[in-house]
Design a protein. Structure first.
Length: 428
């Protein structure tokens, strides 16, 4: 019994050694394989050269990510034959990972670049099946259909893409519609009508094309809250262009809706006429009081001298030569060819050979329309009125001016201005 037991132990030990040897060989082979595969995958992730990426596909031929990486790098290289080879690598990737929508999306795009829109559509449709709610896929399908001339089908998918991701696709969708429908705004709106971002992009396009009436029509349809929030940049763009084209009423309307000016502008209204709000020394808006840069005269709000309310505008002079003169202006939107009366209250105590007046000029070409009588000294507030008729332009500029001032024109004293108002009249 002892001998048999001894032999069994020896035999068992031999088998154990053989089994361990076999396992060691298998592990070595597996380790080599996985090491090679891992190195290939890691190298592919870091590869920046197409040739290196293609070489790595040979080390790991069954890894779809490596084939995909090679395809992407070939796509970017633009050398002869790269398009075909890139498509080949994309197709291998989809074969190895048939449920990856991104691979099918790239196959579709690659087939289009290779002039095969029908097979491209097949690939893109497969991507859409795998990712039906992804905007990128919807957009790609829509563009493929557009290039095939299937316009109605195309814009169904494009509109889906815009709805899913309006920030990315609203602008390009409007550009695409513009290319296919020309200036037919109704056709563009019919195909794309929906998310507010589309209408915003359409408005921006119309502004760039100087179709301001149509841009205003869409702008007027937007909800007031959106105008001050997501549509603010569109509104500023529209107002800027309206000012440049001297559509002052339109610009005032848009800026009022944006809330960009503390005292909202309106047709026939002097902004901050009672000087109850701050007067900005710099950076004032187009329908606010604008003060020229400089040191003389000093122009400040005063709560010590006022006709009504809490403040008036005080103009303080202290100049021996009068070489510097800061003017005050405001652009006012008006109805064209209408009669108006500008009224303000003034109080003056000035020693100077110069005379000071207020003037109304045409905002379109700058020609004078009317001028006030000279401001006279007095301890009491006195009304100053200017009657005028607006021109065909829908804006005027009122401005403070100095006259009768020669080479040397000393000015000392102050002038107070308050309660500036404009009203429309029936006649001159």
């Amino acid at each position: 019994m002892t001998c048999v037991s001894t032999r069994s132990i020896k035999i068992t030990s031999v088998w154990r050694k053989s089994a361990l040897a076999v396992i060691a060989v298998i592990c070595a082979i597996a380790a080599g394989f996985f090491t090679e595969w891992g190195l290939a995958a890691t190298a592919a992730d870091r590869a920046a050269d197409a040739e290196v990426a293609v070489y790595l596909t040979g080390l790991a031929p069954d890894d779809p990510q490596i084939h995909y990486k090679a395809a992407v790098l070939l796509d970017r290289r633009f050398e002869p034959g790269d398009d075909e080879q890139s498509l080949h690598e994309y197709e291998i990737a989809t074969g190895l990972a048939p449920d990856n929508y991104l691979f099918w999306l790239e196959v579709g795009r690659a087939r289009e670049r290779n002039g095969d829109p029908t097979r491209a559509e097949n690939a893109l449709r497969r991507a859409l099946e795998l990712a039906p709610n992804y905007a990128r896929v919807q957009w790609a399908v829509g563009n493929n259909l557009l290039r095939q001339g299937r316009t109605d089908e195309a814009f169904v998918e494009i509109k889906k893409a815009v709805t899913a991701d309006p920030t990315t696709f609203a602008g390009p969708a409007v550009i695409a519609a513009r290319q296919f429908f020309g200036e037919d705004l109704n056709a563009i709106k019919r195909m794309l009508g929906g998310p507010i971002e589309l209408d915003a992009a359409l408005t921006s396009m119309l502004i760039r094309e100087k179709r301001y009436d149509e841009a205003m029509e869409i702008w007027n349809s937007f909800p007031p809250d959106e105008k001050r929030a997501s549509l603010r940049d569109v509104g500023i763009l529209l107002a800027t262009h309206l000012l440049e084209t001297k559509n002052f009423r339109g610009a005032a309307t848009v800026l009022a809706e944006l809330g960009e000016i503390d005292d909202a502008p309106a047709v026939g209204k002097i902004g901050n006429g009672g000087f109850e709000l701050a007067v900005k020394p710099t950076g004032a808006g187009p329908f606010e009081w604008n003060i020229a840069p400089g040191m003389q005269p000093q122009i400040v709000l005063s709560n010590g001298q006022k006709h009504s309310g809490n403040n008036s505008l005080l103009i303080v002079f202290n100049s021996k030569d009068g070489k510097e003169f800061r003017t005050i202006t405001q652009l006012v939107p008006v109805e064209p060819n209408r009669y108006y009366e500008l009224e303000m209250f003034v109080r003056a105590d000035v020693k100077s050979p110069a005379v000071f007046k207020w003037e109304v000029v045409d905002a379109g070409d700058g020609h004078p329309i009317a001028v006030s009588d000279p401001i006279i000294n007095g301890s009491n507030w006195m009304p100053l009125r200017i009657k005028f008729q607006s021109s065909t332009t829908d804006g005027v500029v009122i401005r403070f001016l100095r006259d009768n001032c020669g080479g040397v024109c000393s000015v000392v004293g102050n002038i107070g201005i308050d309660d500036v108002a404009l009203r429309q009249t029936d006649h001159e």
